[in-house]
Design a protein around this ligand. Structure first.
Ligand code: TIU
Length: 228
């Protein structure tokens, strides 16, 4: 059986890798660069930049094997119709969602700061899902897209581990997807929150999923492909 060596035990892959997708969550300037949403909430955004090469490696490898890739972006319509007032109040800083910042309006779709960082710019066959919430299933077409392509296995990367990544992974798990979180291709502004998330995902026999290193994911994929 093709598999990825993972915790708490091996993550079985389907024989046909067309049922697998790489999900890259919110690798946007708004979270990774100064002047964006992450920054105005008071976070040190430099921490998140370190995973770009690891995510890039996953993107390149999945893409070279023709495995589907879905990227998400957290952002709101320019009229903020899809942004609950409760979300705009958060942070209590000088700026909030929709205000003009150095990279355009904060967390607004189409603004420069809302774009995915250049090294991870979506490749030709990638789908980009804009999402108004933390979880990527809330108020988006993600589930419909995955079902229509018969995708059953989701490999998660991106930021931040305990907010948008974990929310999406939990939403996916409840919908029956087999979820694996790539340990060194996800990051948080709070290292202890990342560590706790990895542990809570794989606890209790994989209560919401599996975790594996980027290297383990690539090695599992290469073996599955070469044995096919
Ligand atoms: N603030 C924080 O850690 N994250 C978010 O607001 N969104 C995502 O995680 N993408």
């Amino acid at each position: 059986m093709p598999h990825i060596v993972a915790q708490p035990y091996n993550y079985e892959l389907p024989n046909n890798l067309s049922h697998v997708a790489l999900v890259i969550i919110d690798m946007q300037k708004d979270f990774l660069e100064p002047g964006g949403f992450g920054d105005i909430l008071g976070n040190d955004v430099s921490l998140l930049q370190a995973i770009i090469p690891t995510v890039k490696q996953q993107q390149k490898t999945f893409s070279s094997h023709g495995i589907r890739i879905i990227q998400t972006k957290e952002g709101h319509r320019p009229d903020l119709y899809d942004c609950p007032p409760s979300k705009r109040k958060r942070g209590k800083g000088n700026l909030t969602i929709g205000d003009p910042g150095p990279m355009g309006r904060i967390l607004v779709l189409g603004e420069p700061g809302n774009e995915i960082v250049e090294p991870l710019a979506p490749l030709a066959r990638e789908l980009v899902i804009a999402k108004p919430g933390k979880g990527a299933f809330y108020n988006t077409k993600l589930n419909r897209v995955l079902r229509s392509h018969k995708i059953t296995h989701l490999i998660f990367t991106g930021v931040t581990t305990e907010v948008c990544v974990q929310s999406t992974l939990r939403e996916a798990n409840d919908r029956g997807y087999e979820c694996l979180l790539v340990e060194d291709a996800t990051e948080s502004y709070f290292p202890e929150f990342k560590q706790a998330t990895l542990e809570m995902v794989r606890a209790q026999g994989g209560i919401v999923g599996w975790t594996a290193t980027a290297e383990q994911v690539l090695s599992g994929l290469e073996t599955a492909i070469s044995n096919n």
